[in-house]
Design a protein around this ligand. Structure first.
Ligand code: AMP
Length: 490
C-alpha cells in the first residue's frame, strides 16, 4: 500500500472535477493531478527510499510534489519555509536529501550542494512532461515522510512516518473529525509543510478540493473570503489563527464547516469567543509529529452541552483517545497514574512513528516498550478527558510554531554583551505564548535582535527582553524557569 492509491482512487471517481485551486482559480482536475504526479515521479529517476525535500511557502504544486514523490516510492521531506537558510541546510544534511524543490524565494537564499529545482520555472514544467512511472506497489512499512521537529539541543529530529502511519492518521481523521466528499474543500491556512499538509491525504481520498490561498500564507480576510466561495470548507488552524479570524468581527462564512485547531494551547476564553463568532464548527486535536495529528481530540459535538458550550473542564481539556490509539498517563516508574494524577502522556497505535531518522539514542529515549513518550505532562479526569498540565520539554508554542528555549538561549549567549540568558514563554492573547528572554548583561535589545536575525528563524526571536542582575537558581546552579515565569505572571 502506497499513499498514492488515495489519489488514484480520487482520479478514477472524480477525474474531470476540480482538484487543486489557487485562491478561486482551478489549477488542475483530479485526472490532471494524477498525470502530473506520475510524470514528476518519472523525472526524479530515483531509487526507492531516496529523500526528496520540498521547501516552499504554501503553493498548489506542493500537492503534486507530495504524490509524485510517493509515486516514485521516495520519501517526502517538507521543510518549514519559515526556517533560516542555515537551519534548512541542517535539515537537508541530516535527511541526506538528494534533490530539493524550492519556491523562487527560498531557492534564491539556499546555498547548498544538493541540486535545487525552482518550482514554477520552465525546467520544473518540463518534469511534468517526463515519461510517467506506473502506479506504485509499496510495502506499507516503507518510509513516506520525514517530519522534522525542532530539537531541544538545536539539532532537528526527523520523525520517520511510514505509509501505514499516515493511513492510520487518515482513517482516524475520517472516523473522528470530518466527513468530506467531492463537494467539500480543504483550505490551506496553516503551513503545508506541517499540520495543513498532513491533512491532504484524507481530503484527497474523498475527492475534496485542495484550496491554496493566493497569498501563500495566512490572511484572515482572504481565508474567510475563500470560505464564502468554495463548498463545504474545512481547515486546520493554529489557535492564533482562530483568534485572528475572530478579530475580523465577520460572521460565519456561508460554507465554513469544520475548523480543526491544535498544535498549541487554546485557552477556554478564546475558544468560547470563537464559538460565539462562528458557531459549533470547532474540533480539537492533540498530537505531535511523532504521532501525526492523532493522540486525543474533542469532536464538534463534544464542544456542546444541550446547545451551549460544554463545561470549562471539557473545553480546557484535549479530549479523549482517538480511534485506533491507546493513550495513557504514566508515573516516572512507568506504572499508570490514576485519574487526577499528573504524569507523562504516552500512546501507541499504527499512527506512531518508527523512530527518529539517524538518531538511535533519541529513538530509544522516546519509544519505550512499544509506547511513544510524548514529553507532555497531563492527567485524565474521572470522565476520561485528558488535560495537558505542563510541557516537560519547556517548549514555547507561539502562533502554532514550536520554539525551543535552549536554541534561542545558545544564540543569545554568543553575543559579547550577554552574560547569561534564559528564555521562557509568556501567555499572550494573540499568539498563545510569546518568547521572553531574561538577560544578564549590557547588550541593547536592538543589538540582540540583529544578532539573532543572522542566526535563527525570525519567528524564534524574543518578543520581549527583561534585563536582570542575576538569574534565579537552585542549589545545583540550575536556573529556576518557574520563578521567571511567575515574575511575568505577576
Ligand atoms: P509538533 O510536533 O510540532 O506538532 O508539536 C507537538 C506539541 O504541541 C505537543 O507535544 C504538545 O506539547 C503541543 N500540542 C499539540 N496539540 C496541542 C493541543 N491541542 N493543546 C495544547 N498543546 C498541544
Amino acid at each position: 500500500m502506497n499513499l498514492f492509491a488515495l489519489l488514484d482512487q480520487a482520479a478514477a471517481r472524480f477525474g474531470d472535477r476540480g482538484a487543486v485551486y489557487c485562491g478561486e482559480r482551478q489549477a488542475s482536475t483530479w485526472g490532471e493531478l494524477r498525470e502530473r504526479s506520475l510524470r514528476l515521479a518519472g523525472s526524479l529517476r530515483a531509487v526507492p527510499g531516496t529523500r526528496i525535500a520540498v521547501a516552499s511557502e504554501n503553493r498548489p504544486e506542493i500537492v503534486e510534489l507530495m504524490f509524485g514523490i510517493w509515486a516514485a516510492e521516495c520519501v517526502y521531506v517538507p521543510i518549514n519555509y519559515k526556517l533560516h537558510p542555515r537551519e534548512m541546510t541542517d535539515v537537508l544534511a541530516d535527511s541526506g536529501a538528494t534533490q530539493v524543490f524550492a519556491s523562487p524565494k527560498i531557492a534564491a537564499q539556499l546555498d547548498v550542494e544538493v541540486p535545487v529545482e525552482t518550482i514554477g520555472t520552465e525546467s520544473y514544467a518540463q518534469r511534468c512532461r517526463a515519461d510517467p512511472v506506473g502506479a506504485p506497489d509499496t510495502d506499507p512499512a516503507a518510509l513516506a515522510w520525514l517530519f522534522y521537529t525542532s530539537g531541544t539541543t538545536g539539532r532537528s529530529k526527523g520523525a520517520m512516518l511510514s505509509h501505514r502511519n499516515l493511513m492510520a492518521m487518515t482513517v482516524a481523521h475520517l472516523a473522528d473529525f470530518d466527513a468530506p466528499d467531492e463537494d467539500s474543500s480543504l483550505i490551506h491556512g496553516a503551513p503545508m509543510s506541517h499540520g495543513s499538509g498532513l491533512y491532504i491525504p484524507p481530503y484527497v481520498l474523498r475527492g475534496a478540493r485542495q484550496v491554496i490561498p493566493e497569498s501563500g500564507a495566512f490572511d484572515a480576510e482572504e481565508f474567510l473570503d475563500l470560505c464564502e466561495h468554495h463548498p463545504g470548507c474545512s481547515a486546520f488552524l493554529a489557535p492564533t489563527m482562530v483568534a485572528r479570524l475572530v478579530a475580523t468581527g465577520r460572521p460565519r462564512p456561508r460554507h465554513l464547516r469544520t475548523v480543526v485547531y491544535g498544535g498549541g494551547p487554546m485557552y477556554v476564553d478564546s475558544l468560547k469567543k470563537a464559538m460565539a463568532a462562528f458557531g459549533p464548527v470547532f474540533v480539537q486535536l492533540y498530537g505531535q509529529g511523532e504521532a501525526p495529528m492523532t493522540i486525543t481530540g474533542l469532536r464538534r459535538a463534544d464542544h456542546l452541552s444541550a446547545g451551549s458550550p460544554a463545561d470549562d473542564a471539557i473545553l480546557g481539556s484535549v479530549g479523549y483517545a482517538r480511534s485506533g490509539v491507546d493513550v495513557a498517563v504514566v508515573r516516572e516508574d512507568g506504572t499508570p497514574a490514576p485519574a487526577g494524577e499528573i504524569g507523562e502522556i504516552v500512546c501507541r497505535g499504527d499512527v506512531v512513528m518508527s523512530g527518529y531518522w539517524n538518531n538511535p539514542e533519541a529513538t530509544a529515549a522516546t519509544l519505550q516498550g512499544g509506547w511513544l513518550h510524548t514529553g507532555d505532562m497531563g492527567s485524565f479526569d474521572e470522565r476520561g478527558y485528558l488535560t495537558l498540565r505542563d510541557r516537560s520539554k519547556d517548549v514555547v508554542i507561539s502562533g502554532g510554531s514550536n520554539i525551543y528555549p535552549r536554541e534561542v538561549e545558545e544564540v543569545l549567549v554568543e553575543h559579547p554583551g550577554v552574560i547569561e540568558a534564559c528564555v521562557v514563554g509568556a501567555r499572550d492573547e494573540e499568539w498563545g505564548e510569546i518568547v521572553v528572554a531574561f538577560v544578564v548583561g549590557t547588550a541593547e535589545p536592538a543589538d540582540l535582535d540583529a544578532h539573532l536575525l543572522t542566526r535563527i528563524a525570525r519567528f524564534k526571536r524574543p518578543k520581549r527582553y527583561e534585563f536582570i542582575d542575576e538569574l534565579p537558581k537552585n542549589s545545583y546552579g540550575k536556573v529556576l524557569k518557574r520563578a521567571l515565569r511567575d515574575r511575568l505572571a505577576r
